[in-house]
Ligand binder design. Structure first.
Ligand code: ATP
Length: 358
């Protein structure tokens, strides 16, 4: 493995009594698309602003290319930032906005003009040099802001919820665009978002934060299928969390007596090293619960409470012993014909379940 481009070591930030960031450590590889994900107030922006140099850490270190950044002022750091609100200069043209960093670096005018055209082309805004930024749509303004941040060729681009003021359709579109631009330039992107879909669809790796602390770091697939806590299981995607007691262990797997289902789930992977008798929780995603109209042996009987059609899937709430279980059935709509109050059997795919601390 090569040396990381950025190393964050035991980083903390306090504002009076508020601990905004609490002992966070991670490495980012060159060329990674790395996201900070978590609910409002979990410390994403504060962490990003410390990397940019706009905030001073209370303790801990940030190293870039092996060098300590503590005393390096923001404008000397080899990073650029794109903000949530379009921070374009309203009294300059699009071209002047994009070329601003090069002008500060005293790059000659003709060279500048060429680079501006190149970077406008990169963000799919070729020919917009002379436009007034206030005449552009929100999505176009954010493309210009991106070109302006990238033109100085920073080693790391910091993006603070850059799509959050766009409408849903545009936001989804821009996800592909951002990923394409990042692939094309191979610049390291650090992306702040509270939107799990955004983080899952774009990132190589995600740092999940909760109340200033790091909850989990991993690929989108790891976070989705191997959550390490109830918070992680619940924050990323939808899930059912059951509670129970370990009834028996067998090598890497355990049997769990589940309170809510009044049944024993067998062969759940024991990633938390639980022992017999321990209280635990089990997370099972709605798509890992199957339906049948006959009892196939290990199934649990329930009653359909509601059926909601989502086009490419149908979601059911099934009541079992007074608890609601969320079930998702994929596939073509015409194959799903289920009615409220109908009795069904649920088969839970325990191979896909995650065992969690109680
Ligand atoms: P959001 O998604 O809402 O922007 P966030 O995860 O980016 O949230 P931060 O903005 O990093 O969270 O804030 C973390 C915590 O630190 C919050 O409790 C916030 O109120 C507090 N905080 C942030 N900046 C300051 C400040 N300048 N002074 C005092 N408290 C602050």
């Amino acid at each position: 493995m090569t040396d990381p481009i950025l190393s964050v070591k035991s980083l903390s930030k306090r504002y009076g009594d508020t601990v905004a960031v609490d002992d966070v450590s991670f490495d980012i590889e060159n060329g990674e698309f790395f996201s900070f994900l978590g609910p409002s107030g979990c410390g994403k922006t504060t962490t990003l602003r410390m990397i940019a140099g706009f905030e001073k850490p209370t303790s801990g270190r940030i190293e870039m290319g092996g060098e300590d950044l503590t005393r390096v002022p923001p404008h000397i750091r080899d990073v650029s930032m794109v903000f949530q609100k379009f921070a374009l200069f309203p009294n300059k043209t699009v071209g002047e906005n994009v070329g601003f960093g090069l002008k500060m670096d005293r790059v000659p005018k003709d060279k500048r003009r060429k680079r501006i055209a190149e970077y406008l082309e990169l963000v799919d805004m070729a020919g917009f040099e002379n436009r007034d930024p206030t005449s552009l749509s929100g999505g176009q303004q954010q493309r210009v802001a991106l070109a302006r941040a990238l033109i100085t060729e920073p080693s790391i681009l910091l993006l603070d919820e850059p799509l959050s003021s766009l409408d849903l359709k545009l936001r989804k579109n821009m996800r592909f665009e951002l990923k394409r631009i990042q692939d094309e330039l191979n610049t390291t992107f650090i992306y702040v978002t509270h939107d799990q879909d955004e983080a899952l669809s774009m990132s190589d790796r995600i740092l999940l934060l909760n109340e200033g602390q790091q909850e989990q770091i991993g690929s989108p697939q790891e976070l989705y299928s191997r959550p390490v806590s109830q918070f992680a299981a619940d924050f990323i995607g939808d899930t059912n969390i059951f509670h129970g007691r370990v009834a028996g262990t067998n090598g890497n797997v355990v049997d769990v007596e589940v309170d809510e289902l009044a049944t024993t789930l067998t062969d759940v992977r024991n990633i938390i090293n639980a022992g017999e008798g321990d209280r635990v929780a089990v997370s099972i995603r709605p798509e890992n619960i199957g339906l049948s109209d006959a009892n196939l042996g290990r199934d649990v009987e329930g009653r359909i409470d509601s059926v909601t059609f989502y086009g490419n899937s149908t979601r059911l709430l099934v009541e079992i012993n007074g608890e609601e279980v969320l079930v998702e059935i994929g596939g073509r709509a015409e194959t799903v014909s289920l009615d409220q109050n109908e009795s069904v059997y649920l088969g839970l795919d325990t191979e896909q379940a995650a065992l969690l601390e109680a």
